[in-house]
Design a protein around this ligand. Structure first.
Ligand SMILES: [Zn+2]
Length: 556
């Protein structure tokens, strides 16, 4: 496919909204909110997120696999599924045909047409148009007319509240979005605007803020910026990635002034909007970012190296998802894969912000350039895949699953070991015995280096539910980077039995066909075992391996 090259300046400005004026940005300290989210568990209403997992022994056959037949099934089986008045309370979200010829119809629970945040159920048809299973999570506290979904606050006013509550800078990376939802929180159902605010800066954020649609109060908020792990702000002289020779796809640019140049822009993949690697120029504002252009087709300068690795690794990960799973890019529809490299100064992190990957150079003491890790790239890009599939909420167990799937695919793409981050550790860290960030094979062998987190458990990464870190959401989102090690270890154990290829097939099916935003560890077990059955059959050794893997880490 031929694609016309667009000059870098246009490309970068197309991604920006520019500065959005914000009046009255005086953020209140978040302490009061943190305190209330710590107590969230006390007011937890278990009926607000009830797992649904129905398997049909004698499946009912329909004329075709479509949303209205899925609904017909649900209407007849209210007793079985626990979903009342499906007609009224469910809205079709999407329909997906999978590799096995199955059709999976995803619904969002809704009231008066307003979505209940995170409550999704999926009806699965086999290729004979028979409904074989239903899974997901529903809110059973919502009776027919129990929630008033009228909003007296305007969407603009909600946005203002949200911006102020997260201390948003003037420049946002894209226009904030706002959607009216029913938000179950601390045992109550709130009618709220869900506002998404995204910005870079010293503390980049991809915030989701829930603003009461009548009082304007902030009900809850969390930062959905998915990053590699904790930062260690320490200055040093970081330089150079490992010097491997890389074959790259680049694009020739002809400009009247500068003559022929070469851009890290890869338009060689059919149906893909491109793999584009930007230079963030060692600042932390995205408005200066430009597509990286060199004078020669050989990118061999010191400054080039981190960019070269990001570009090369992006293509590797793209190829993995395409070849192993038939998935065209992160959204499955060929969205451009954008990396921004040389972010900030000595920045010890990499992240996925919902639209692109960002890589720091590392401080040279703890990390070197984070783009040097293929597993890091695969991890961040998998967050992108998850955003467009299960969309696991980035806190507590669902957030730990988000992290865990990112690690598992990181280890499947960077397949020479079961470690995360082994290629980005700086010499000083290695000298201190920190040779990787996490280990899927032996989680306990890695120390949780952040003391605040370590205080909630044994001090090393957990490998079993007995070692689960019970953390408030104010600390690492409730342990998303810590408790992920438990399910990571299950994946490793399963992989030992059936190999990486089959592990990848099963896990991809679980994330794309079964899991929903509020899934927990136990839902993940069911989804993974069911995926093994779907692909390899009931009673297969793959099913047994999946179940045994989760048994071993205490997840049932
Ligand atoms: Zn992550």
């Amino acid at each position: 496919m031929k694609k016309k090259f667009i000059v870098p300046a246009v490309l970068s400005s197309a991604l920006l909204v520019g500065s959005i004026p914000v009046g009255n940005v005086f953020a209140k300290p978040v302490d009061s909110k943190v305190a209330s989210s710590v107590q969230a568990s006390k007011k937890w209403n278990e009926k607000a997120s009830v797992p649904v997992f129905v398997k049909e022994r004698f499946a009912e056959k329909f004329s075709s696999s479509n949303p209205s037949n899925a609904l017909n099934y649900l209407k007849k089986n209210e007793g079985k599924t626990g979903i009342k008045n499906p007609d009224k309370n469910l809205k079709v979200k999407d329909l997906q045909k999978d590799k096995l010829g199955m059709t999976n119809v995803r619904f969002n629970q809704s009231i008066n047409g307003v979505n209940v945040e995170g409550s999704e159920v999926i009806v699965h048809f086999n290729k004979n148009n028979e409904v074989v299973s239903v899974n997901g999570r529903v809110n059973q506290t919502i009776a027919d007319d129990a929630v008033d979904t009228t909003a007296s606050l305007s969407s603009d006013a909600a946005l203002k509240q949200a911006l102020s509550s997260v201390n948003a800078p003037e420049e946002l990376t894209y226009e904030p979005t706002s959607e009216l939802v029913v938000y179950p929180f601390e045992g109550e159902n709130h009618t709220a605007y869900k506002v998404n605010v995204n910005f870079m800066g010293d503390e980049p954020g991809n915030w989701f803020v829930f603003v009461d649609a009548n009082t304007g109060e902030i009900i809850d908020k969390y930062n959905g910026l998915m990053h590699a792990d904790e930062m260690k702000t320490q200055k040093g002289a970081g330089k150079g990635v490992h010097g491997a020779h890389r074959e790259l796809h680049i694009t020739q640019v002809k400009e009247p002034k500068s003559g022929t140049q070469f851009a890290l822009a890869d338009y060689s993949h059919n149906g893909l909007d491109g793999i584009l690697t930007y230079d963030a120029k060692n600042d932390n504002s995205s408005s200066n970012d430009t597509l990286y252009v060199g004078n020669s087709a050989a990118f061999i300068g010191d400054y080039d190296r981190a960019l070269v690795d990001a570009h090369y690794n992006s293509e590797k990960v793209y190829d993995y998802y395409l070849n192993e799973h038939g998935r065209n890019s992160l959204d499955g529809e060929g969205m451009a894969i954008i990396s921004k490299v040389h972010y900030g100064n000595n920045y010890n992190n990499a992240s996925w912000n919902g639209r692109w990957m960002t890589y720091g150079d590392g401080d040279g003491e703890f990390f070197i350039s984070l783009s040097a890790g293929l597993d890091v790239a695969a991890h961040e890009m998998t967050h992108g895949v998850i955003t467009h599939t299960a969309n696991l909420v980035y806190r507590n167990q669902s957030g730990a699953l988000n992290e865990s799937f990112a690690d598992v695919f990181g280890a499947l793409v960077d397949d020479d070991d079961w470690e995360m981050g082994e290629d980005i550790m700086a010499p000083a860290a290695k000298a201190d015995g920190v040779t990787r960030l996490r280990s899927l094979s032996n989680p306990n062998s890695v120390v949780v280096s952040n003391a605040e987190r370590a205080a909630y458990g044994s001090g090393v990464y957990p490998a079993h539910m007995d070692e689960f870190y019970h953390m408030p959401t104010s600390v690492d989102g409730g342990g998303v980077h810590v408790n992920s090690s438990i399910t990571n270890h299950a994946a490793y154990l399963i992989g030992q039995e059936i190999g990486r290829h089959k592990l990848g097939q099963i896990y991809y099916r679980a994330i794309s066909v079964y899991l929903t935003p509020n899934s927990d560890f136990s839902d993940a077990r069911k989804a993974i075992v069911q995926s093994a059955i779907d692909i390899y059959g009931e009673g297969s050794k793959e099913e047994a391996a999946a179940a045994a893997g989760f048994d071993s880490v205490g997840i049932y």
